[in-house]
Write a protein that binds this ligand. Structure first.
Ligand code: IPD
Ligand code: CA
Length: 265
């Protein structure tokens, strides 16, 4: 039995509560899929509802903390040193299309440093959680990044820019550089889960550009606490500012970074 901190218990309880309405809405969206009206408006209301629940639960438990919310933006708290960084549904396009790969992502940032993260995939009841210095877990199981050393054996996750997003040309160059050197590339559609999969050793690496803080904040803690490396494209830790992220185990991180740099040169 894993003993968890009060902080992680608060984060996990909030995620589970918000997940209840998400699951109801997901059941509904599968039906709306085939209706003429379409599910888009419905999904954005599911997003807002989940965010409202998360905000209320976390505020009740830690009244002073601020928030950075995908939908609601920045909300200052009395305690300026701590804020929650939240994505109520990461993988919204999947959710909208009735594809079960989506999650709730909650991170805590303290004095500018990410100190705790929870990524909850409600359909598989997979609760990924980590706190700085205390390790990363999937439900009760301790996580460790993969041990693969050769790029040719690796499965790498990524995000593809889509309509309305910049970086299409650059992404194609990155893909051309990485594709021939690895065993496979996956575009699952949820950055938070991509990072959780790296933490769990399911994927060996992940890269993406043009990503937002709420997509990656919790996943960064998961990867670090499972022994992985996670940086921006310069090898620094300004992922939340630059929107660029590369995560992998310690053997592969430099190689992946080098490939991406060459592709962009
Ligand atoms: C998106 C997902 C996706 C990533 C996009 C994000 P959303 O978040 O994380 O995997 O490639 O850049 O915007 O819109 O589903 O919350
Ligand atoms: Ca997101």
């Amino acid at each position: 039995m894993v003993i968890r901190s009060a902080l992680l218990n608060v984060m996990m309880a909030a995620a589970r509560k918000a997940a209840r309405s998400l699951l109801r809405d997901y059941g509904e969206v599968e039906n709306l899929q085939v209706s003429r009206k379409g599910p888009a408006d419905f999904v954005s209301s599911a997003d807002l509802k989940a965010e409202k629940t998360l905000r209320a639960e976390l505020k009740k438990a830690r009244p002073g903390f601020g928030f950075l919310l995908e939908e609601g933006g920045e909300v200052a708290g009395d305690d300026k040193s701590q804020r929650w960084i939240i994505d109520p549904i990461d993988g919204t396009t999947n959710f909208l299309h009735g594809i079960p790969n989506f999650c709730i992502s909650i991170a805590l940032e303290r004095d500018g440093e990410l100190v705790a993260g929870v990524v909850y995939q409600p359909l598989g009841d997979e609760m990924f959680h980590a706190e700085k210095g205390a390790g990363a877990f999937l439900n009760e199981r301790r996580l460790r990044v993969s041990a693969r050393r050769k790029l040719e054996d690796t499965l790498i996750a990524t995000g593809i820019p889509f309509h309305g997003r910049p970086g299409h040309e650059v992404f194609l160059k990155e893909l051309a550089a990485v594709m021939p050197t690895v065993a496979g590339i996956r575009r699952f559609g949820s950055a938070a889960l991509d990072l959780a999969y790296v933490a769990a050793g399911r994927c060996d690496g992940y890269w993406e550009a043009g990503i937002k803080p709420w997509d990656i904040a919790a996943g960064v803690v998961l990867v670090r606490e499972s022994g992985g490396y996670v940086t921006d494209y310069d090898g620094g830790s300004r992922m939340l500012d630059t929107g660029e992220i590369v995560a992998a185990n310690d053997h592969l991180h430099q190689s992946l970074l080098r490939l991406l740099k060459t592709a962009r040169a």
